[in-house]
Design a protein around this ligand. Structure first.
Ligand code: NAG
Ligand code: NAG
Length: 210
């Protein structure tokens, strides 16, 4: 009987220790990925908002669109509402077309917009223009199918009065799929929750036991 108790005690000890290790591992993984995100988005050191009279970007937790800029944003939700409401969706736009178009409009929120928005002119990366054109080529603009009006992404972007540059120049607005859908912070919250779920019942049980 005594031996059995000791064994169960030991077993719980081990469960707790292993859970602690798992939690530590998960937390360090979160920190590593958070740091990676940070160094990526911090590259342009000086960030300000030429689209909004050079004011400073700041935290905008209330953003319902362009949500990936919440932690550091040049725009506020009322401004997005005003800007988006002036843009009519293209007729026959596919979901992908819609997605790229929305992402494109979000440039006003990008905290590093001083690298691609100058003298009231937006420079879009050629690769982004091509993806946008590809996704929207069958949509209708002013009564004509886009692929019949323009032969490539650069031409399409130019027709929207955007300047076009290759992404390698690092001075154009590019499409970052990780930002659009993955939301690193959400996965971090998940990991934290998961750790809590794992460790909490074990602590409870351990307490009951001793
Ligand atoms: C902006 O966000 C709201 C709320 O999520 C949504 O209903 C609306 O369709 C979004 N607007 C655009 C243009 O995506
Ligand atoms: C896009 O098409 C225009 C007109 O046909 C052409 O002059 C230009 O070189 C093309 N650009 C690219 C990047 O292919």
């Amino acid at each position: 009987m005594f031996a059995f108790n000791v064994n169960v005690h030991l077993l719980y000890m081990w469960v707790v220790v292993i859970n602690l290790l798992v939690v530590l591992l998960l937390i360090s993984l979160s920190l590593v990925s958070a740091n990676k995100e940070r160094t990526l988005s911090d590259k342009p050191k000086l960030e300000y908002c030429p689209f909004f009279a050079n004011r400073a970007p700041n935290i905008q937790l209330g953003l319902k669109n362009c949500t990936w800029f919440r932690e550091n944003s040049c725009c506020r939700q009322q401004e997005i509402d005003a800007i988006f409401s002036r843009v009519k969706p293209l007729r026959g736009a596919s979901p992908a077309c819609q997605r790229y178009t929305n992402y494109l409009m979000c440039y006003v929120c990008a905290p590093n917009q001083n690298t691609f928005y100058r003298v009231e002119s937006l420079t879009v990366c050629e690769e982004f223009c091509d993806a946008w054109y590809e996704a929207c080529q069958n949509a209708v603009l002013k009564g004509s199918v886009i692929k019949e009006l323009y032969s490539n992404g650069s031409e399409y972007c130019a027709s929207r009065r955007f300047k076009v540059q290759p992404a390698e120049t690092s001075s154009c607005y590019y499409f970052d799929a990780r930002r659009d859908k993955s939301e690193a912070s959400r996965s971090m919250v998940w990991r934290m929750l998961l750790s809590g779920v794992l460790i909490f019942p074990c602590i409870q049980r351990f307490r009951d036991f001793v």
